[in-house]
Every structure is written in C-alpha cells, then in structure tokens.
Design a protein around this ligand. Sequence first.
Ligand code: ADQ
Length: 414
Amino acid sequence: MASPRVLAIVLAGGEGKRLMPLTVDRAKPAVPFGGIYRLIDFSLSNMINSGFLKVVVLTQYKSHSLDRHISKTWQVSDMLGNYIAPVPAQQRVGKHWFLGSADAIFQSLNLLDDERPDYVVITGADNIYRMDFSQMLDHHIASGLPCTVAGIRQPRSLADQFGVIETDPQDRGRIKAFVEKPKDTPGLPDSPEEILASMGNYIMDADALLQAVTADAADESSKHDMGGNIVPWFVAQGAAGVYDFKDNDVPGASDRDRDYWRDVGTVDAFYEAHQDLISVSPVFNLYNDRWPLFAGYTASMPPAKFVYGHHERLGHAVDSIVSPGVIVSGGEVISSVLSPGVRVNSWSSVRESVLMDGAVVGRNTVVNRAILDKYVVVEEGAMVGIDPEHDRERGFTITESGITVVAKGQVVVR
Ligand code: ADQ
C-alpha cells in the first residue's frame, strides 16, 4: 500500500500569559530554551524525525520573532513537495483575532484542500520531549477510530492544567470521557494519585477533522478550542481513542529519558526543565543523535571560550551547558544554561540560572536561581536572586518557587 499522505499542523499561536515576562514581546513557541533552541524546535524536530515533512505552523500572537525563526532555521528543501511554512492563523484580520486553536485550523482549511492529506497530525509548540509520531500514526490507523489523542500519566495535582482522559481498555482504548482542565478529578483506578493527561497531540482522519472544525465554527457557544471542544466532540460520538506515550519507542532513548515530557507552561516549569538538561545524568538527554534536535544554529558563531580574568582569576563552568559565542572570563558558572553570546566576567558567580542570548554579567556580581532574558546587563557589583524584596523593587518577577526573572534588555543595577 502507498504510504498515507500526512499533513502536520503545529499550533503556535498561544499567548503564553503564564510565561510572562518571557512572552512580553514574543510568542510562547519562540521563547529560547536550552541554550540554542526555541520551544517550537522540539515539536518541529519530532515532526521531521518522524518523517512528516509537510508541516504548517499556525502563528498568531506576537509572531514576528517566531516567523523569522521558522523561515531562517527551518528551511527544508522544497523538492518532493516538502515544506515547513508559517501561516498566520488570522486570514481575515479583525474581530476574530483571539478565537481558539480550533478556529486557527478552521481558518486554515484551505491547506487541507491544497494538500489533500489522509491524516492530519496536530501538535502544540510548547512541550519538551521526543516522540516518534509515525508510531502514533500506525496506532491510529490500526484503531480504526477517526481521532487519536496522545496520553501520558501525570500527577493528579496537575489535573487543572490538562485535558483529562478516561478510557475504556476493553474497547481498543476508546475514550469514554474527556474533561479539559477539571478543578477536581478522580485518579486512575490502578494509581489514585495519577491521571491520564492529554499531551495536546492529536491525529485525525482529514475528513473527520474537516467535519469537526466546520461544526465547531457554526457553534456560537463554543470556545473553538481543540482540547475544550473538538476532542469532546469526537468523544461524544465514541470516535476518539487514546495512544499511550509509554508505548512510544524513540530511537536512541535511554531508560532514563524515554518517558520524558514536560509542559513548560509556567516559568517554574520552564526553569525546572532547564535543570533537567544539566543534571549529571540528564533526565532529558540532548545528546541522543539518533533523534537529533535541530536548532536555529548559526555556524558563524565562534566557539565558547574560558579564560583567566582579572588578577588571574580562573573562568570556569561545571554542570552547565555553554553555547557557542560565550566567553567566561574569570567568573564561575555552576549548574546553569548559557545561550550564545553570553559574557561572564571576573569575580562573578552564576548559579542555577538560565542566561539567554547576549546577557552580560559584570564583575563582582552574583546571579542566583535566576532567568536573565536576552541582552540583560548585570552591572558591576549587582546581585540578582539573593534578596527577593530588592528584586521586586527593581521590577523583576519572582515566581512561586522563588526564581527571579529579569525581562529582555533590562539593566540590573546594585
Ligand atoms: P494548553 O496548552 O493550555 O492545553 P492552549 O493554550 O490552547 O492549550 O495551547 C495549545 C497549543 O495551541 C499551544 O502550542 C498554543 O501555542 C497553540 N494555540 C493556542 N491558541 C491558538 C490559536 N488561536 N492559534 C494557533 N495556535 C494556538 C493543551 C490541551 C490540553 C492538553 C495540554 C497539554 O488543550 O488538553 O492537556 O495542551 O500541554
């Protein structure tokens, strides 16, 4: 049988309010992550490695840096009809700007007409994980159901952040009930403190998707949301099944990181996912070259450099990720992630922190449990992440778990 025709849709239009101030002037999928990546690179890498080479990225909110990133980094050869194309969700500019993810698909239905796929793979752009979607597609086809939702076990305490799935194991894993972000929900029968959460990844028969989003567009009471409306629409007809992420076997994964999946919807989750990258045996291994993670990497960047600084002070970094273009001169970097072009100067200490592109840490400074957005300058003698009151007074954001976030381009004075 000829291989099925697949169109991948990456939903990248979310506002990312809970990631403020990192989303002040960029869409959430464009937020830098892990030194050289942006959040969307994980979804796109998964699509390419899964062999799905026709990918549209639906953008909307503050999409300028996202569009630029996609067109600069994700150029695939157009030969054989392959592409990764950003598509603005709003094709009729005006009052419908903020309708949900299902509306973004509805407004882009012309893409289905052009491509005439058999199946549509739909995914978000703000999760960190590796997944072979071709295995999910095999499962989808074998199940005979028109809609498949990928599910993963998560702590019950997080139920209000996810679509929660209840299945019927006797019946090909058909979904019995699906509730989007419930306030309170029972745990799984075999594990009361866990739920089966939707990963926000769906595969649908193209004709069924067309029918679903068209019906949804006509429903004035709908929020036009994939998780809130479209999945429940399929579930109501007994037409949705679950694909258990633990059955996904990604090449090169280790026992430790095979099941890794993080939703980085909040600044704390974003920060913790960074710590997952740099632990000695990382929970998420960036170095699995059988499932490479592609980044917008510029070969023109010089290598990272570590030098003695002022008064022969040794510049060093341990338990850290250091990107090209970084210079650590006389300062110490511990358990941190440094993006391209960061500078760390003498007598400074950067600990358990995330420094985005071009951040500069001056002499005699301390940066502790902090996220410095791009081009932040920490002036000589200043401290970040030591005194929360002082951090707040200077206008920085402090998260629930005490991480200090300094927004793009701010200058940190004493
Ligand atoms: P959330 O992530 O909270 O939950 P949402 O905010 O809709 O849902 O974001 C999902 C994806 O859609 C993101 O990548 C976002 O950028 C994108 N998106 C949102 N609105 C959009 C729009 N108008 N146009 C284009 N793209 C848009 C979802 C599911 C839950 C599931 C979690 C898992 O709804 O059921 O459990 O993902 O993380």
